[in-house]
Design a protein. Structure first.
Length: 314
């Protein structure tokens, strides 16, 4: 006859083998030279007596809690999160692309006007888009798309895939995103054709954009628009860019001179959009994401779980 203490000790041993070592009940029964039902009863006894507790971790529930907290912290109307535990920038972009494509499938309807930017994150979104049957959807680029170097900004690929998904031809803004000087930019923007494209971007109902960094490998620094001196200056004054407009930590424009040379809608127009979607994630973009949110440029945020936690911590 096994006394109570022996019974409890045996139950604890069974729990170690079952939950920690991953042994099956049949294997444990052979070790103890008892029947399998006996092992099952010992596991049940351990649960009843509080000798073992099973903790279920539900990533989806955690994401929902994070999303609610972000909505409150930054006054957002919607937050969608992709779970990530790797911190790998390429993997995060792909996950964000899938989540954003799903969100656009939910919200875009007939006659909607969609404004887009370009870059690696938007390419990931474009790669995940699926054709839909909505009628009279228009798509327009929100900023200049012509590169000043051989470095690929993916603008053409993104424009094509968005147009195919929404059954339209994307209206492109066929200009450099940053001119050498403000006077030249102002003259070009007076062109009737160019002015109408910019106005189309301003009239969009839904804007989809990302934010950049001021790291040396930032795409906007690789495209040939800025001198080394200007890049160094921006690395001291800015934390990143939104629609290629460089912003400081509080979301304000970091340098008026460079901003005056930039082609695209003004950032304050994003605040007035019914749906202004910031898609960004990964450790390097935390500072620019926070600045964009503090600036009020987005009312919808799509990011990864680790970035979400960092935004709430800082």
């Amino acid at each position: 006859m096994i006394d109570d203490e022996q019974h409890r000790n045996q139950a604890v041993t069974v729990c170690h083998w079952y939950y920690e070592e991953g042994l099956g009940q049949s294997a444990i029964a052979r070790r103890l030279n008892v029947s399998r039902p006996t092992v099952s009863r010992l596991l049940a006894f351990a649960r009843q007596e509080g000798l073992v507790r099973v903790l279920i971790t539900d990533p989806q529930a955690d994401l929902e809690s994070l999303a609610r907290r972000l909505k409150v912290a930054f006054g957002l109307r919607e937050v969608r999160l992709a779970y990530d535990s790797t911190g790998d920038e390429d993997a995060i972009r792909d996950k964000l692309g899938a989540v954003t494509a799903d969100y656009l499938a939910e919200i875009v309807g007939d006659h909607d006007r969609l404004g887009i930017s370009w870059g690696r994150t938007l390419k990931a979104v474009a790669d995940h888009l699926r054709p839909n049957e909505h009628k009279d959807v228009s798509v327009v680029q929100l900023k200049g798309s012509v590169s000043a170097s051989d470095f690929n900004n993916y603008a053409a690929d993104i424009a094509l895939k968005f147009g195919m998904a929404f059954g339209t031809t994307t209206t492109v803004l066929p200009l450099p995103v940053i001119f050498d000087n403000a006077l030249t930019r102002d003259i070009v923007l007076k062109d009737r054709f160019i002015d109408e494209i910019v106005r189309q971007g301003e009239r969009t109902d839904i804007a989809v954009f990302t934010c950049g960094t001021v790291r040396d490998d930032a795409m906007l620094f690789k495209l040939g628009y800025l001198s080394r001196r200007e890049i160094t200056m921006l690395q001291h004054k800015a934390v990143g860019d939104v629609l290629s407009r460089f912003i400081a930590a509080d979301g304000s424009i970091a340098d008026d001179g460079i901003d005056a040379r930039t082609v695209g809608i003004q950032l304050d127009r994003l605040r007035k959009k019914p749906c202004s979607i910031l898609v960004a994630g990964g450790p390097p973009k935390i500072a620019s994401m926070r600045a964009a949110l503090l600036g009020g440029y987005a009312n919808v945020l799509i990011t990864d779980s680790q970035a979400a936690m960092r935004l709430l911590e800082e």
